[in-house]
Design a protein around this ligand. Sequence first.
Ligand code: SF4
Length: 266
Amino acid sequence: MFDRFNRKINYLRISVTDRCNLKCLYCITGDEIKYLPKEKILTFEQICDVVKVAAAYGISKFRITGGEPLVRHDIVKLVKMISDVKNVKDLSLTTNAVLLEKYAKPLAEAGLHRVNISLDTVDPEKFRHVTRGGDLKQVFAGIEAAKKYGLKPIKVNCVVKQNSDEPDAVAVKEYCLKNGLQPRFIKQMDLEEGVFGTVEGGSGGNCEKCNRLRLTCDGKIKPCLFSDIEFDIKTIGIEKALEFALKSKPEQGGRNLKNIFSNIGG
Ligand code: SF4
């Protein structure tokens, strides 16, 4: 399907939870995190209904995000349900890899194709600081497990302040090249201020070529990350929400005063 700017829309990013097992400084900016009540979070059946309709409309690429998707209970079952949907050609998951060592094998068996891993530094102390307590060893173990069970290509999302010449980004790039991983550098974004850039080494943030829609974990279909526009599948139904999102997709991103990164999955 194409939007009114003749961009081919074939990609749906699905946030399955607003919870996370890390608290990255640039994602969880305040001390207090207001999570959505559990009863508002979409069920697996509701998520799969959206995937079925989206796939029938021509969307073939699906990314599972969060928060941190691996903290969602029974996530392997959801991956299996989505991978069984006709026309799901590319099924990937974005994770901080803290739980990936445990889940890589069952996810691969359930039909997951590949993973994107969030990693901003390979310095254990800096990692612990940026994530407010994370253990880098768990991430490295998760990456090894993803390699072992064929969740490839493994792309690494590294958040930078300005660009990939920053010391931590250079070290992440070296680590990626040594381990056969694909690094991408994402300039720190600000939803409220509408600050974002094109992903270095990837396709995100390039509005002219934007191919994506988003499903929030509480059932809103959003045509753009940097916009307040959203349509609730629970009130107008999936088909209408998808159609309205496609029709109202902005030419380029502006500001988003409605969401926080932890409930929209970037
Ligand atoms: S800001 Fe919006 S239009 Fe631009 S790339 Fe992101 S989602 Fe697409």
